[in-house]
Design a binder for this molecule. Structure first.
Ligand code: ASP
Ligand code: MG
Length: 464
């Protein structure tokens, strides 16, 4: 079986939902479990409703509610015909009446707990799944709506509830498996769950990917598909490098490196339950379903052919707004404990450090925001001469293939040299999955272009 998860923009209106149905039909022979998000923007609107009543603005809350009501009824009417339409519109109206009752409750109590907030935000997925399921049935795709709260058992940390995997595994076998085995497609909600006693929880914003990964992992899926509105992971930011290419396959570690640089496609943590079970996760674009997307796997087999391993270099990523801090101290020479002291300053100020490079008498490190910076500098000056440089950027060349390919470093430095980019810091982690450079922010686009040309556009292919 496979899991197919459709994000908010993939189910935003009737046109989008029709595409989803075509996609599911295409994959039907693989026995899918379909997990859906709320229609784009709906979770935010539900939270807005809740906050507005809490803040005493009942008019605003009812206004937003009315917009959501008409949007969902419209989508249902666009998709469905006849008695099916009436039945679904009635159910939708019933759900909006429940939301109105919640609004009234919060108004009476004058307080909004995380528990009530979760009940509010759970409606997004419950509404979208109701419509999508009905449309699938009308389009002759045998499917069954399953309330995710019967399966996604969580603890009681409302709004960031922790899934309890053991229990979810038991429930999934009881609830999803028989439906799938009967060749019926279960349609269920991402993001929402329930405590053992039945009270509704949510597992954190953007949590539908995690729902899909957990369901897939407990059911032993062959593949988990995350359908979004982008083609997949790219070899560079297409805003800067229009000829950027889609990455066919990459390892989880490579994907995690890219996530730090703002590859917003997915948060690696959310797919970890699948990756740990060695279930491949494929990111796909529901607007362009013919593309193969990006496959993220546990490990890239070293012996595999190039198309199962991908390119040596997967992507050139960057991040601007970086501050470099240099500290030098002659006391550091042959001394021990200096680095420990230095890093404890950052720990004390709860500041994360990204790139680090050291020599015998100096350490350079980078941070990506300046919160608490002056306090940190004050503490650092006690242990060494400290210098701060702003307006820097990190460029990161990501690719596991680097490990086994000599000469990559030389190509990186010569490409940047030719582009007249001055390199201020270099770091290559022991995993050799990336080479990270710190340069001036002003030349970062030139640098990314030079590197992208070197690894993706040169005529020679450098597979080995
Ligand atoms: N609808 C939820 C959110 O917007 C969950 C999701 O879309 O993944 O956060
Ligand atoms: Mg979403």
């Amino acid at each position: 079986m496979i899991v197919m998860k459709f994000g908010g923009t993939s189910v935003e209106d009737a046109t989008a939902i029709r595409r989803v149905i075509d996609i599911v039909r295409r994959e039907r022979y693989r026995r899918p479990l379909v997990v859906v998000s709320a229609c784009a923007g709906v979770t935010n609107s539900l939270i807005k409703i809740a906050h507005a009543v809490r803040d005493g603005d009942q008019r605003l809350s009812l206004e937003v509610l009315e917009t959501l009501r008409s949007r969902h009824c419209q989508t249902a009417s666009d998709l469905l015909a006849g008695s099916g339409r009436d039945r679904v519109v009635n159910l939708l109206e019933g759900m909006f009446q429940e939301v109105r009752n919640l609004v009234r409750g919060v108004q009476l109590l004058g307080e909004l707990t995380n528990r009530s907030l979760d009940t509010f935000s759970s409606y997004g997925e419950r509404l979208s799944s109701l419509i999508i399921h009905a449309a699938m049935v009308e389009q002759n795709l045998p499917s069954q709506l399953v309330d995710a709260r019967e399966v996604m058992v969580t603890d009681r940390s409302y709004s960031a509830a922790q899934p309890i995997i053991g229990k979810i595994a038991e429930r999934a076998t009881k609830v999803f498996a028989p439906v799938i085995n009967a060749e019926i497609i279960p349609v269920t909600q991402g993001f929402i769950g329930a405590v053992d006693d039945g009270s509704t929880t949510t597992i954190g914003r953007g949590g539908s990917d995690l729902s899909a990964a957990i369901f897939g992992s407990v059911l032993g899926a062959e593949e988990i598909q995350i359908w979004t509105d982008v083609d997949g992971m790219m070899s560079a930011d297409p805003h800067i490098i229009p000829e950027a290419k889609l990455i066919n396959i990459m390892s989880f570690d490579e994907a995690s490196e890219l996530a730090y640089f703002g590859a917003k496609v997915l948060h690696p943590r959310t797919i970890l339950p699948a990756i740990e079970k060695k279930i491949p996760v494929r990111v796909l674009n529901s607007r362009r379903p013919k593309l193969n997307g990006t496959l993220i796997v546990h490990t890239l087999a070293e012996s595999a052919s190039p198309n199962l391993k991908g390119e040596v270099i997967k992507s050139i990523a960057f991040k601007k707004g970086i501050t470099v801090i240099n500290i030098s101290s002659s006391r550091m020479l042959m001394a021990h404990g200096f680095l420990a002291k230095l890093f404890s300053i950052f720990a004390d100020h709860e500041k994360s450090v990204d790139v680090v490079a050291t020599s015998e008498v100096s350490v350079s490190l980078t941070i990506d925001n300046e919160e608490n910076l002056s306090d940190i500098i004050r503490d650092m000056e006690k242990i060494g001469e400290t210098r701060v440089q702003q307006g820097k950027a990190i460029v990161c060349v990501v690719g596991e293939g680097m490990k086994h390919t000599p000469g990559i470093g030389a190509r990186i430095f010569s490409a940047l040299g030719k582009a007249h980019v001055n390199i201020e810091m270099v770091s290559e982690g022991a995993s050799e999955i990336n080479l990270t450079l710190v340069i001036d922010e002003q030349v970062v686009h030139n640098a990314v272009k030079a590197l992208h040309d070197e690894f993706f556009n040169s005529n020679q292919t450098h597979q080995d």
